[in-house]
Design a protein around this ligand. Structure first.
Ligand code: HAM
Length: 421
């Protein structure tokens, strides 16, 4: 009998891959918990109407990418994302009556896109949603939380943050009209999809990668010029808070996102060294009108989702250790240095690193042998000199590269050495 094959766009995550997935998920869970996010588990199957208008009737996702099927009188879908489901669950459970909610979820999403590397028809997201506050502080907190997550995963250097401000519905309505007028003037040079979008979804043209639209996009009216004082102030406050937290970003006025429910802040984390299409690892923003659109009260929200398939790949490239949590093996020479070594190890753990401290003595060679056997990425050497100078010696085990770091900079230098190994 002919062997039955995997469905196109789906993939198996084999036992060789799952340890790293689990590790990334664990780190993300810890990060969400550090900001007080509670887990919510949502069904994979939802009613189709839940998504149609909310994601946007004229988005690719609703027009052609949903897996839908009839069940009795209902038209059902495999969920293409989970923000709308989260809002449905909040409303049906009455959770919002208790005040601000911070929720996270994880699991498979389904989109019938053209499969390619980094783009699957069943893919996995982790998402965080805050429901019940219209404060700019939530938008900023979520961006800062995601930046912390990248740091904890050791992928921060490879990601670049894009932020935009989409304003409110009225501001966008006026802007849409101006965009339509503008793009109609380029009608003859635009490709068919772009031309269709002039009527259906002109904002989407702004982040089109189509060559024919480039010149027209460059000359398009600016969204920022269409914003009123309140929207502008919201955006400024988000950006100020993000900058104050030391998170770099680029303002990108063509970032409009593929889903229609957003207003005000939108953001994406993209691979900084990759111009390909599938370079977004995480995206999100504010969706203050969503609850009303699905029959609820006025209930503001803001959130983001990261694509695990892409993030796990990136974490692997950046050297995240899949087996166990061991990043650093601390070798300690001399009993007199034991207390100093303990303090340094604790400080590094506070900074999010995993440190295995050697016990049982022995010379350096013996201790390094254990470090290698434990598959550590780095060895940290603590001896008399290090204690006198309040330093730590960091040795990368793959190539023997060695650096001394003052205690204050040790965590930073360790993470750099892990990423650059
Ligand atoms: P999204 O931008 O559609 O947003 O998806 C978020 C992330 O999921 C993307 O940045 C990407 O990493 C990953 N992703 C999307 N499609 C695929 C695919 N076909 N294969 C692999 N990875 C994929 C949302 O889903 C919103 N619900 C995010 C959000 C939460 N906004 C507010 N709250």
């Amino acid at each position: 009998m002919k062997q039955i094959e995997l469905v196109r766009g789906m993939r198996d995550l084999l036992p060789t891959a799952t340890p790293l997935w689990r590790r990334v998920e664990d780190i993300a869970r810890d990060c969400f918990a550090a900001y007080g996010y509670d887990e919510i588990r949502l069904p994979v199957v939802e009613k189709k109407v839940l998504f149609e208008r909310q994601l946007g009737e004229h988005t690719d996702l609703v027009e052609k990418e949903m897996y839908s099927f009839a069940a009795g009188d209902n038209e059902l879908v495999l969920r293409p994302e989970a923000t709308v489901s989260t809002m449905r669950a909040v409303l049906s459970g009455g959770l919002h009556r208790k005040g601000l909610l911070r929720l996270w979820y994880g699991g498979p999403m389904f989109r019938r896109e053209r499969p390619q590397k980094g783009r699957y028809r069943q893919f996995y997201q982790l998402g965080a949603e805050a429901v019940g506050s219209d404060s700019w502080a939530i938008d900023a907190e979520q961006i800062i939380m995601s930046a912390r997550l990248w740091r904890n995963l050791g992928v921060g250097k490879r990601l670049c943050l894009h932020i935009n401000n989409l304003g409110n519905t009225d501001e966008r309505r006026g802007y849409r009209e101006r965009l339509r007028e503008h793009f109609r003037r380029f009608d003859s040079v635009l490709d068919e999809t772009t031309r269709r979008r002039i009527d259906t979804n002109p904002l989407r043209i702004l982040d089109s990668k189509d060559e024919s639209a480039r010149a027209a996009i460059a000359k398009a009216p600016r969204l920022s010029a269409a914003l009123g004082d309140d929207s502008r102030r919201h955006g400024e406050r988000v950006k100020n808070a993000v900058a104050a937290a030391g998170v770099d970003f680029e303002e990108n006025e063509t970032l409009v996102r593929g889903l229609d429910y957003y207003n005000l802040t939108v953001f994406e984390w993209v691979l900084s060294d990759d111009e390909r299409r599938q370079n977004a690892v995480c995206g999100g923003g504010r969706y203050d009108g969503l609850a009303e659109q699905i029959g609820g009260p006025s209930l503001p929200g803001c959130g983001f989702a990261l694509g695990l398939d892409r993030l796990v790949d990136l974490a692997a490239q950046c050297g995240l250790n899949a087996d166990g949590r061991l990043q650093c093996y601390m070798a300690v020479m001399g009993d007199d240095n034991a207390a100093f070594a303990d303090t340094v190890a604790e400080d590094l753990r506070n900074a999010g690193l995993s440190v295995w401290r050697h016990v049982g003595g022995g010379n350096l060679a013996r201790q390094l042998k254990k470090a290698n056997a434990g598959a550590a990425t780095l060895a940290l050497l603590i001896g008399d000199e290090e204690r006198t100078n309040q330093e730590v010696t960091i040795k990368r085990l793959s190539d023997g590269c060695e650096q001394r770091a003052p205690l204050k900079l040790a965590a930073l230098q360790i993470k750099e050495m892990m990423n650059n190994g």
